[in-house]
Design a protein around this ligand. Structure first.
Ligand SMILES: [Zn+2]
Length: 434
């Protein structure tokens, strides 16, 4: 019975009104559904909050850098949505900056928050690209309560997920309706989750992003809910950062309170994160340093944190996660989503036992070439690891034809492992660098 809630838990969309005349209703699908379900099933919200608290309490086990393999599904009808590899790389770069606090704008964080922000220690590597041309449309039906999950199956006109326990699947498509920029499911299988709140089926797990915001630079013009008004926002790839935050267990910084749907501050709702300020509403795609929706004017009271990736601010202002948010995300990676960081290939085939790949020259000192005659090469990831198993180079095959060039110039001399991975299959060869 909670399926609708689960389905809409972290749907995020823009609803834009005539800001001057009306308090513009801006919010997230989450608000509507959690409160209506709570009326229908008393105690529901408490149970959901409980789950969240549980995740939060799991403490990170180490300072290890976690690497998440990412599969990007480009599902397109019009050529403009068939995004080039360069944009995919841009988004991976944004994720790798934001989740390592290497983003150039990280130092724009206001001094008030300096002590609570940190480096999540999470990296992302492109494991594969799927391109599917389709004539199906993908649409948010807010009132019918359905998300464009059909993008996630070939049956629905989209692209089938790679094993969602091992890969973060990101589907990129044109989402009809003009208000939904992206959505993600939170981790399933948490203790204390009501039994009825069955997780969506595993193959639907992952992140969906509107093709127009899947890039580092640009603008996006959103039409509002019910066609009310339009708003143009800068695009800096941060929709992806935000949705991956949901995928790793984070909630909106303002806590998704009931009144916040109406654009009013709701200070009774909390995001369950200790070190974020109590914030009653989203920052409404602005960056107002004076905004303090739940201010009590007492000493130590912090203003709203529009810099937080889990706020709705202008993407030019988003630049930070807090340490407690980071603890939640790392806790999820160590528990509910640990398949992402504990990759176990089901088969490992030595490359010289197959005719599919040719690796040369070996030994080498500057260039290493990997060649193949396979036709689905953009599903193959090439990784060079050192003898301690640390990733040295990584690329997706096939983006530059059937020959992949790896520059090994400058790497310390020694033995390395060249691995080619496609879904559950792994190919391996030792390479000597002189
Ligand atoms: Zn959101």
């Amino acid at each position: 019975m909670f399926r609708v809630f689960v389905t809409l838990l972290v749907v995020c969309f823009l609803t834009v009104g005539h800001a001057q005349e009306l308090p513009a209703p801006k919010g997230c699908g989450y608000d509507h559904y959690v409160h209506s379900l709570n009326r229908q099933y008393p105690g529901f919200k408490a149970a959901a909050d409980d789950v969240f608290r549980q995740v939060q309490l799991r403490s990170p086990q180490s300072d290890e850098i976690y690497t998440i393999p990412v599969v990007v599904h480009i599902v397109w009808g019009e050529e403009k949505d068939n995004l080039p590899d360069s944009l995919i790389q841009q988004v991976l770069d944004v994720l790798n900056e934001d989740y390592r606090r290497l983003n150039a704008d990280a130092d724009l964080i206001r001094d008030t928050f300096l002590s609570v922000v940190g480096d999540p220690g999470i990296e992302f590597e492109l494991a594969g690209v799927e391109r599917v041309q389709t004539d199906t449309t993908f649409e948010l039906n807010l009132f019918g309560g359905s998300l464009p999950d059909n993008v996630k199956t070939s049956l629905g006109g989209g692209s089938d997920a790679w094993d969602t326990e091992k890969y973060l699947n990101i589907w990129v498509c044109n989402i009809e309706g003009g208000s939904l920029l992206g959505y993600a499911y939170p981790p399933a299988g948490l203790e204390n989750w009501p039994e009825e709140a069955a997780a969506p089926s595993p193959e639907l797990d992952g992140v969906v992003i509107h093709s127009e915001v899947f890039r580092r630079t640009g603008t996006y013009t959103a039409s509002g809910l019910l066609g009310l008004g339009e708003q143009t926002i800068p695009v800096r790839g941060r929709t992806v950062t935000h949705e991956v935050g949901h995928y790793l267990g984070l909630r909106h910084i303002w806590g998704d309170g009931l009144l916040s749907i109406l654009g009013l501050p709701d200070c009774s709702a909390d995001d369950g994160v200790e070190d974020t300020p109590n914030q009653g509403a989203s920052s409404q795609f602005a960056c107002d340093p004076e905004q303090n929706t739940c201010g009590d004017n007492e000493e130590g009271d912090m203003p709203d944190m529009f810099e937080n990736f889990m706020d709705y601010s202008s993407e030019d202002c988003l630049n930070s996660f807090t340490n407690n948010q980071i603890a939640i995300m790392r806790g999820v990676l160590e528990n509910q989503r640990n398949g992402l960081i504990n990759d176990v290939a089901t088969s490992i085939v030595p490359i010289d036992h197959t005719n599919d790949f040719h690796v040369y020259p070996n030994p080498t000192s500057d260039q290493l070439y990997v060649e193949s005659t396979l036709t689905d090469l953009d599903q193959y990831q090439v990784r060079l690891v050192d003898m301690q198993g640390r990733l040295v180079k990584s690329t997706v095959f096939g983006q530059n034809g059937t020959r992949q060039e790896i520059n090994v110039n400058g790497l310390p001399a020694g033995l390395y492992g060249l691995m080619i991975r496609q879904k559950d299959n792994q190919y391996f060869q030792k390479v000597m660098i002189r």
